[in-house]
Design a protein. Structure first.
Length: 102
């Protein structure tokens, strides 16, 4: 059984036991999170929501709160001696799917 859930403006295909990264969700490591924006549940019979399935939810556990690798951004204007360099580390939450209900 698998589900397609939406969180942080993105959609993820998940199964029980999967680990995946999402945009940062508030919570402590080890706490449980319920993702209730379920778009589709597949398996033996497929259920499709319009846009979300009523009563369907995915229970997940927070495994890690961290930041991604740093990306460097460098901007300049040719022939003007204008240069700007900065970096960014996007925070994320790593989730482990415990159960799919629906």
């Amino acid at each position: 059984m698998y589900a397609i859930v939406e969180t942080g403006g993105k959609q993820y295909r998940v199964q029980a036991g999967d680990e995946f990264n999402v945009e940062k969700i508030p919570g402590d490591v080890g706490s449980e999170v319920v993702l209730d924006r379920v778009l589709l549940i597949g398996g033996d019979e497929t259920k499709v929501g319009t846009p979300y399935l009523e009563g369907a939810k995915v229970k997940a556990q927070i495994v890690e709160q961290d930041k991604a690798r740093k990306i460097l951004v460098f901007r300049y204007r040719a022939k003007k001696n204008i240069r700007k360099r900065y970096g960014h580390r996007q925070p994320y939450t790593r989730l482990r799917v415990v159960a799919i209900e629906g």
